[in-house]
Design a protein. Sequence first.
Length: 84
Amino acid sequence: MYRIIFDKAAIDFLSGLDRDLRKRIFDKAISAKDDPFRYFERMAGRTDYKLRVGDYRVIADISRENMTVEVTLIGHRKNVYRKG
């Protein structure tokens, strides 16, 4: 089982969302701890991964060696790829 770690930027973004959307995104990210490669997809030309949750994306670095999923960024799909 992988450990899920949320960066401060990801937590700050989640805290600004309404409760239902925040819960939906958080629950989807947490559900990936058993097998993150089933949920996350590698981004083209990059080393990080993305998880789709409606119009939002969860960007993460996944380490097989450390068994961690580090969520580095969460954002709306129209903005998230410019920042990452």
